[in-house]
Structures are given as C-alpha cells and as structure tokens.
Design a protein around this ligand. Structure first.
Ligand SMILES: CC(C)(COP(=O)(O)OP(=O)(O)OC[C@H]1O[C@@H](n2cnc3c(N)ncnc32)[C@H](O)[C@@H]1OP(=O)(O)O)[C@@H](O)C(=O)NCCC(=O)NCCS
Length: 215
C-alpha cells in the first residue's frame, strides 16, 4: 500500500507469520472477501446500526464494513482496534482483531476472531491468537491480555486456556442474557510459554507512534 510521496499508512506494514498462517492488516480491498466468508454463526456487534431497508445479509456486511472503518478511522493510542485478515497457503480463512481500549493507562489488549467452518478445530485459532499476542507482548510491550466468550463457546475458551489465560469472572450480556466468561493472560505466563518463538513479527517500527510508542 504505497501512498503519496512513498508514504503509506504505517499500520499496513505490520505482518505476522506462524507455522501455518499469514496475518496482514485488513484493507478496504479485503472487505468483499471477508463479506463472502463471514460465518453465519458469528455474532456481530449487537450495538451496531442496522438499516430497515437492508436485508439481514446486507446488514451484516454493513456491520463488518463500518466496524473496519471505525477501527482505523477512530484510531488513537488510548483506544485502538487492529483488524487482521488471516491467510493459510495464500487463501483467506478468517479474521483476527487485537484491541487496546485503554491502552496507555493499562497496557492491556483484548482480542476476537473467527475462522471459516472448514478451518476450525485444527489449531489455527490458537496460532492466530498467538500471532497477535506476540505483537502485543513483543514490540508493543503489553502487560496483560484479556478475552471473553459465552460460557458454551468451548472453542474460543479452548484457545484462551491453551495459551495460558486464567478465568477471572463472569458477567451477563444485557442484550441476550447469556453468561460471559472473562479470562486473563499476564506477561510472565506468556513469556514462560515460549510461544513468541513460533511467531514472526515484521514491519512494526513505522507503526509504533500510532501506539504512543517511540520508533
Ligand atoms: C473460536 C475459533 C476462532 C477457535 O479456533 P479453532 O481453530 O477452532 O480452535 P483450535 O483448533 O485452535 O483449538 C484451540 C483449543 O481449543 C480446543 N477446542 C477447539 N474447538 C473446541 C470445541 N468445539 N470444543 C471443545 N474444545 C475445543 C482445542 O482442543 C484446543 O485446545 P487443546 O490444545 O487443549 O486441545 C473458531 O472455532 C471459530 O471461528 N468459531 C466461531 C466464531 C467464534 O465463536 N469466535 C469467537 C467469538 S468471541
């Protein structure tokens, strides 16, 4: 993504690689692919705007597109959200988000993700979470990572637990009444896991100022 005078948006230089996956920061050009692959069982932001004149699939596409624009358009070092497109052997299989909603005060990241159904249950969910954790605990200097999932989402909680997250507390979702399990991973547990050795993190230096960090 080369821009005017050779300058491009610094976030788009970030690239993460694991044994089986390649993660690049989502661009507008990725949206049609993401729309086409979006799993039906994925719950999208329940607070997002819905449009009476659009059918359900078109509203889901709108939530995804506006979520992408909001993430990069509303970016600040105090509250950021970084969407990645996940590829396996060059083919898009899912998306992985890393977020720092109160970044400069607590150095804590949150995350969310999805995979197309055929790619699930093979360890790829864990690899893509590990990829963004290597970015967070590595060059971004995070102190902790949190996550949450409804109590019966065994795959999402399985990814968290397999990477060393511990249960913290539960809460109830206002819009659905479902119970949410919250989990947390601290820096010491991440460092001891050795997972960072299995992730290649590239192109972060130019983006550090956007996280409030010195290049
Ligand atoms: C959540 C998701 C990204 C996880 O990715 P995945 O590739 O299926 O998970 P992995 O294969 O990496 O599994 C990681 C761990 O979870 C466990 N796990 C995965 N699926 C499981 C299931 N259905 N039931 C129980 N455990 C499961 C695995 O056994 C593994 O743990 P282990 O190493 O201790 O054996 C994927 O399942 C998905 O896209 N789900 C639908 C969207 C979604 O719910 N996203 C999360 C919203 S918060």
């Amino acid at each position: 993504m080369e821009g005017v005078g050779g300058w491009s948006w610094p976030l788009h230089g970030i690239r993460l690689r694991t044994a089986d996956l390649d993660l690049t920061v989502m661009t507008e050009a990725d949206l049609p692919t993401v729309w086409a692959l979006l799993p039906d069982d994925l719950e999208l932001n329940p607070h997002a705007t819905t449009y009476a004149g659009l059918d359900v699939p078109a509203n889901r596409r709108a939530v995804v597109a506006q979520g992408y624009w909001r993430a990069l358009g509303m970016w600040s070092p105090d509250d950021w959200a970084l969407p990645f497109v996940v590829r396996s052997a060059g083919v898009v299989v899912g998306a992985q988000w890393l977020e720092g909603p109160d970044w400069r005060s607590d150095r804590t990241v949150d995350s969310s993700s999805w995979l197309v159904a055929r790619a699930r249950g093979r360890g790829l969910g864990r690899q893509m979470r590990a990829a963004v954790l290597a970015l967070a605990f590595g060059p971004l200097g995070a102190e902790a990572a949190i996550s949450s999932a409804v109590v019966d989402n065994a795959a999402s909680l399985g990814v968290s637990r397999s990477l060393g997250y511990r249960d913290t507390h539960r809460s109830v979702l206002e819009h659905s009444g479902q119970t949410l399990q919250h989990v947390r991973l601290d820096r010491a547990t991440w460092d001891a896991s050795g997972w960072s050795r299995h992730v290649v993190v590239e192109g972060v230096d130019a983006a550090l100022p956007l996280f409030g960090l010195d290049p």
